[in-house]
Ligand binder design. Structure first.
Ligand code: ZN
Length: 489
């Protein structure tokens, strides 16, 4: 695997040569841990990490689907962890080797509060019905787990964690937003498909949260009694005191469940006033329904073209730039102050682009990190525009591998240039579900000695006695989920 932009490759090779010339120096690897598990990260559960006072903290799903946290100290190049920071209510023991046995929805999102304590939310796919009624959603298609909030016992210290029992069990797709003043907002879907998207605000660094506020409403569709309005949404800090929300619509149908998602939408919250508005500034009544979303917040009606959630960043004028995967494309959208610019597909024509996030350097200059799979293998490359997104040119290839494919996170919060994104990589030839975890930035992956990056212990031995994945069951699941990704349920 080649993780380095070409201009750094020579430097890296000569450093390795020096190390081995020193005699007995351990080899460095391009991952910091090998115990990512299943689908350890996604852009939806975010941030996966935060750069805070010279240290980048990252979180991912490890063995038993439990949350793990590691830290990289930029001044010294030293790694800390990973350590297990909590227990997921959805984990199975021993670790499974059949991907169909994993839920993968309880991935952790991480935030550092104004005092330096590290918080994670994780562990739920709608909440197990045994915990009681879900006031803001239904137990449609089965829901499980328990949304869990843990906090480090000391600021900036990964060694000890405590559970803070102060959020509902039902949250899925947990997302933290932190404002400049340190106020925390925890956004999530309050249950399974047929649930409201909500947020809870904390002004005391996560000690307490205000009650959930419904932002996007689930309900029986006005067009059909067998369809339920459902949503996938992504929230982040915009400019100043603004929180941005980008989302797509899922016509959740029964009895035969539909996997379709469509359209792209945008709105924003002024956290000073607590008022939500559309991009033109028209006030929105909460919760936003399918009808009001279509009328006031629709960017593009994509019809039969399937969309999935994307990411959003605001420019210096506070105007949103967005990407959504749509069909085979990754589509870029921009509000130019008067209208939505015509959507543009970023990436190579005719090739499937997937997964990515971006930096807005100015209203017209945007840099995007996109994953792409070609016949030659897997790569992540920069794609750049200097024309407000009308045209895009491929920049440096960031990472490439013939054997290993990559999952990307959203951009790390307050990212240090050397650590902008967390990646998980896997080789299809490996007979287990453990993944290598990479923290990557301007110089490619941040390396670590192989011995320090090894965290599997005897897990490979432990799973040897497990029966091989049941092919028939896996195939049945695959058919049932046809067209569905991990974040689709
Ligand atoms: Zn559904």
């Amino acid at each position: 695997m080649n993780l380095l932009p070409s201009r750094f490759r020579g430097l890296f090779l000569s450093l390795c040569a020096l190390a081995s010339a020193g005699g007995g120096a351990a080899a460095n690897v391009d991952y910091f841990a090998d115990n990512g598990y299943g689908n350890p990260i996604s852009s939806l559960q975010h941030p996966v990490g935060e750069h805070y006072q010279g240290v980048t903290y990252v979180a991912y799903q490890g063995p038993h689907e439990d949350p793990y946290v590691a830290a990289y100290v930029h001044a010294t190049g030293k790694w800390i962890g990973p350590v297990q920071a909590g227990v997921s209510a959805m984990g199975k023991s021993p670790d499974q080797i059949d991907p169909g046995e994993l839920d993968n929805h309880g991935k952790p999102a991480l935030v550092v509060d104004r005092e330096g304590y590290i918080h994670l939310a994780f562990g739920s796919h709608g909440g197990d019905p045994k915990y009681g009624r879900n006031p803001l959603g239904e137990f449609f298609m089965g829901t499980k787990g328990k949304m869990t909030h843990v906090v480090s016992v000391k600021p900036g210290d990964l060694s000890a964690w405590r559970v803070v029992d102060n959020i509902p069990v039902n949250g899925t797709y947990n997302q933290w937003v932190k404002l400049a003043n340190g106020d925390l907002y925890l956004f999530y879907r309050h249950g399974g498909h047929r649930s409201d998207w909500v947020y809870q605000k904390s002004v005391d660094s996560g000690r307490t949260f205000a009650a959930p506020v419904s932002v996007l409403k689930h309900k029986v569709s006005a067009t059909s009694p067998t369809v339920n309005d459902s949503w996938y949404a992504w929230f982040d800090h915009g400019r100043g005191d603004t929180i941005t929300a980008s989302y797509i619509y899922h016509p959740c149908a029964n009895p035969k469940h539909s996997a379709h998602r469509q359209n792209t939408y945008y709105m924003q919250l002024d956290t000073q006033s607590g008022q939500w508005s559309n991009v033109q500034g028209a006030r929105l009544a909460l919760p936003v329904t399918k009808e009001s979303a279509d009328q006031l917040t629709l960017i593009e009606d994509t019809g039969a073209v399937r969309t999935t959630h994307g990411t959003t960043h605001a420019d210096s004028a506070g105007r949103p730039h967005l990407v959504f995967p749509a069909g085979k494309d990754v589509r870029y959208y921009r509000w130019d102050g008067k209208a939505w610019q015509k959507p543009v597909a970023v990436g190579a024509v005719g090739e499937r682009m997937h997964d990515g996030d971006f930096f807005v350097d100015s209203p017209t200059n945007v840099r995007m990190l996109l994953a792409q799979t070609t016949e030659a293998g897997h790569e992540i490359a920069w794609w750049n525009t200097t024309e407000g997104g009308l045209t895009w040119l491929k920049g440096a290839v960031f990472m490439t591998s013939k054997e290993r494919s990559f999952n990307l996170s959203a951009i790390i919060r307050n990212a240090h240039p050397d650590a902008v994104m967390l990646l998980a990589s896997r080789s299809a030839t490996e007979p287990h579900l453990y993944r290598q975890m990479h923290l990557v930035g301007a110089h490619g992956a941040l390396v670590r000695s192989a011995a320090e990056a090894s965290h599997l212990g005897n897990r490979l031995e432990q799973i040897k006695s497990l029966p091989p994945p049941n092919k028939d069951k896996a195939e049945a699941k695959r058919k049932k989920k046809l067209g569905l990704g991990d974040d689709d349920l």
